[in-house]
Design a protein around this ligand. Sequence first.
Ligand code: GLY
Length: 377
Amino acid sequence: MDTVVHVPLGDRAYDVIIGQGLLPRAGALIAPLLARPRVAIITDETVAALHLPALQAGLGAAGIASSALALPAGEATKGWPQFARAVDWLLAERIERRDMVVALGGGVIGDLAGFAAAVLRRGVRFVQVPTSLLAQVDSSVGGKTGINSTHGKNLIGAFHQPSLVLADIDTLTTLSERDLIAGYGEVAKYGLLGDADFFQWLEGNTASIRARDPAALLQAVRRSVAMKAEIVVRDETEQGDRMLLNLGHTFCHALESATGYSDRLLHGEGVAIGCALAFDLSARLGLCPQEDPSRVAAHLAAMGAKVRLADIAGDLPDADALLDLMAQDKKVQDGRLTFILARRIGQAFVTRDVPRDVVRAVLAEALEARQDRRNPV
Ligand code: GLY
């Protein structure tokens, strides 16, 4: 049974359909949106091997012709060269203003294909078909599209809402354990930032989610998407409330930068560690109950997520260097860092009022604990 989360954004409103067996039914679901029975699919080589035949068969069953471009898999694709290739390919495919681009893949493909659609002929529509947990619960919904620059991640882009999102949870069965758990960092984030009951439900369903039980995955994705939709509708272009979705991300971006955006630390892994640090910081500032950070860490660890700096392989810079990396975050305003802190689990808020010394102390303590774990006496 499909679940539909509607994103009511006026003339840019759309549905997020969450369910099983959506790829084989994609043609029937997309057909009502098309001006002519033809779409261009952008995907990556890994996802193409796993899911492109099912999607193309599903489109074909509804009489929709499709062509596909498979880019190399991985974060390195999300830059100017592959973006230019995608846009030129869409033009060569004669994709017109009223046509539809389909993004089949994880966050890299969704962001890049969405941005290509945003600029192609000054904007064509696109459908997100997210195949990773991270993309299903976060990046495919809300219209953030873009690519990375040598100056940082996601610095080039546009807000361009999709016309439809098809989150087929069957695609999650082909994810590696590491990718599934990394995506889970974003799921836990929703409970932590705004729904204590959901967090409690996640605590009680850790084993089913890890075992990829379809009912548990469906509920986790549905609640995450519903929360994201509510926030995006309140603040589409991130002037205020949408920043709540960045819980854990100020720490995460510094750690991703310190690890060279490599597979030493996947984005979702950094989000999980960042959420744990945000609760450590909130407790140190006396904002949230002292027991909340351990509850957060215990749940993330039960899920198999990375939780502590000790979970990151290789060297890390010291607390001051990490603070400097945080200062390059794109959420810096007038030189002041934005933090998402919490009054308790399920009650996050945005603040620019965090003394640098306290952040340094939290980082220094986390780095020290890392050393202790690596060199036990
Ligand atoms: N990924 C955070 C947002 O969409 O705002």
